[in-house]
Design a protein around this ligand. Structure first.
Ligand SMILES: NC(=O)c1ccc[n+]([C@@H]2O[C@H](COP(=O)([O-])OP(=O)(O)OC[C@H]3O[C@@H](n4cnc5c(N)ncnc54)[C@H](O)[C@@H]3O)[C@@H](O)[C@H]2O)c1
Length: 285
């Protein structure tokens, strides 16, 4: 195992809610690799949640922010630089929420106020974060910013609902801002498209257990776990990946390149009831 990959680096990690959260695993791994960082989440999550425990464990200050509020984000970047003693080297955006998903509004009967919230929380917050950091010149040269995405941004998955639109926008923001931030300040911006992962946000998606199992059977390497994602994020925060920017990086055990695997086909075939009709013909139903 590599050691001290992030020694001397200062970061901000948004979105650790509980020990299932991908951001939680990233914080643990970043700590293990020698980084110092602050943590941020909503006011409620910071006041009542398990993230207080993580903040103690990682010796990381907890700065509440609603990621849709530019003022709150300015405060996070200001305080983080004060506390950590300089510009920020890495940022993780691990934030997603859809009220349409929560309230079970199907994609052909969306509530548009909810849709605006989905896009603001899950995608536009990323633009706000980048714009705040850019205007404050808060990220150091060769800094690395990652947001977490999902393949529903490219392909349709039943019941992923308006989060698919949010992910497509999130990935587009990474490219558009990545161009400017790269050109002007040598800061790299990428999204990591992660396998389905059993977390609070993930399990909110209807039929999530089935999706997780399907993805696992389809992927030659099996699903990437939250811990695997934390390793990948830390590699992306490190100096070993300096020339990667404006990418959507699949971290999914090969899922995104598979059409149909043997394991998935086997399971699919089991779902047919095999029987012989009165004329002696074999039938699958
Ligand atoms: N779990 C999966 O299957 C999966 C797969 C691919 C990508 N992702 C993405 O990973 C990211 C992290 O999700 P997770 O699966 O770890 O779930 P999670 O529920 O642990 O994390 C979601 C976080 O978003 C935060 N959040 C919600 N609204 C916010 C707001 N207004 N301001 C600030 N923070 C807010 C929540 O408090 C929570 O910490 C999300 O972008 C999610 O879409 C998840």
């Amino acid at each position: 195992m590599v050691k001290n990959l992030l020694e001397g680096k200062r970061g901000i990690i948004f979105g650790a809610l509980n020990d299932k959260s991908i951001a939680w695993k990233v914080a643990e791994m970043a700590k293990e690799q020698g980084a110092i960082f602050t943590l941020s989440n909503t006011e409620v999550a910071c006041r009542m949640g398990e993230v207080i425990e993580l903040s103690k464990k990682c010796d990381a200050a907890l700065i509440p922010a609603d990621a849709t509020s530019v003022e709150d984000l300015k405060n996070v970047f200001e305080k983080s630089q004060e506390i950590l003693g300089g510009k920020i080297d890495f940022v993780l955006h691990s934030i997603g929420m859809s009220l349409n998903v929560r309230k079970k509004r199907p994609y052909n009967d969306l509530d548009y106020n909810f849709l605006n919230k989905t896009l603001d929380i899950s995608a536009i917050s990323f633009h706000k974060m980048l714009q705040v950091a850019y205007q404050m010149d808060a990220i150091s040269e060769w800094g690395s910013v990652i947001a977490l995405s999902y393949i529903a941004g490219q392909r349709t998955f039943c019941d992923y609902n308006d989060m698919a639109d949010a992910k497509a926008l999130l990935e587009s923001i990474a490219r558009s801002f990545g161009y400017i931030y790269g050109r002007e300040r040598h800061v790299r911006i990428n999204t990591i498209s992660q396998s389905p992962t059993m977390t609070t946000a993930g399990s909110g998606v209807k039929g999530f257990d089935g999706l997780l199992d399907f993805a696992d059977r389809q992927s030659p390497l099996g699903n990437a776990l939250a811990e695997d994602c934390a390793n990948f994020c830390c590699a992306m925060f490190s100096d070993l990946t300096k020339k990667i920017t404006m990418q959507n990086l699949y971290h999914d055990g090969g899922f995104s390149s598979i059409g149909m695997s043997e394991r998935a086909m086997h399971q699919y075939n089991l779902s047919f009831q095999h029987h012989v009709d009165p004329k002696g013909h074999e039938k699958n139903e």
